[in-house]
Design a protein around this ligand. Structure first.
Ligand code: C5J
Length: 226
């Protein structure tokens, strides 16, 4: 067991039961010229966390621990995209429309790919999810249960939408969830801060939060202690 200093109190990490989940680090949300950018968001906030997410992925790879990567993605015929989602708001471009990097949020399109520097390696789990949460219509809970995973370390974007929804879904399914606060980001700093406070409130009602440096130091300490 590895004691990770965290809020609201130490997270006891069991390397035999933990997986990393990297939520939606896809080009359309993060790269200049992508869907997020065309909606008027400041994507520089999201590009800034890429090195930290890469370091977190590297930590899990070095320790040979499982990694899950998600993409928010719909089938090309949009049969898994409810009209209530596609028609929401008054954006210039909607899900399925042709954007600067191919059709918006459609599986297989260039903009729907995970950033090359964070791309899944063979053997890692890659999940296309039609919802904000990672368990809706994905079969991921069954996959993780088969592997005996009961703890999830979270990273990715955006903190208050797909990350928080996925953490809440996981919490309800009995997983212990630890969010790496400098490996997640929002277009809106106040929403990231608010989401983090909601997660740790009331004794960790959704889970735990810690910076990457604390997780790295805890792994290092565990190695030194044997
Ligand atoms: C959004 C996401 N924000 N990955 N998706 O629509 O958080």
């Amino acid at each position: 067991m590895i004691a990770v200093p965290a809020r609201p109190y130490d997270f006891t990490l069991d390397p035999s039961k933990v997986a990393l989940v990297v939520i939606d680090m896809q080009r359309d949300f993060i790269e200049p010229g992508g869907f997020g950018d065309t909606l008027g968001n400041d994507v520089a906030r999201l590009t800034a966390i890429v090195p930290t997410v890469a370091a977190l992925i590297d930590l899990f790879r070095r320790h040979k621990l499982p990694i899950v990567h998600t993409r928010e993605a719909h089938k090309p015929d949009l049969s898994d995209c409810p009209p209530a989602k596609r028609l929401r708001g008054k954006p210039g471009l909607r899900i399925g429309d042709e954007g600067a990097m191919g059709r918006i949020l459609i599986a297989g399109e260039p903009g729907n790919q995970i950033l090359p520097e964070l791309a899944p390696l063979p053997g890692e789990i890659a999940v296309d999810k039609p919802g904000k949460g990672m368990f809706w219509a994905t079969g991921l809970h069954e996959t993780l249960t088969e592997k005996g995973i009961t703890q999830l370390v979270f990273a990715g974007v955006t903190t208050e939408v797909c990350v928080q929804t996925s953490m809440r879904e996981a919490n309800d399914r009995g997983y212990e969830c630890l969010l790496i606060e400098d490996a997640t980001e929002s277009y809106f700093p106040q929403f990231k801060a608010g989401a983090i406070e909601m997660i740790v409130a009331q004794g960790g009602i959704v889970g735990w939060v810690t910076p990457l440096s604390a997780l790295e130091a805890a792994f290092e300490g565990a190695l030194v202690d044997g």
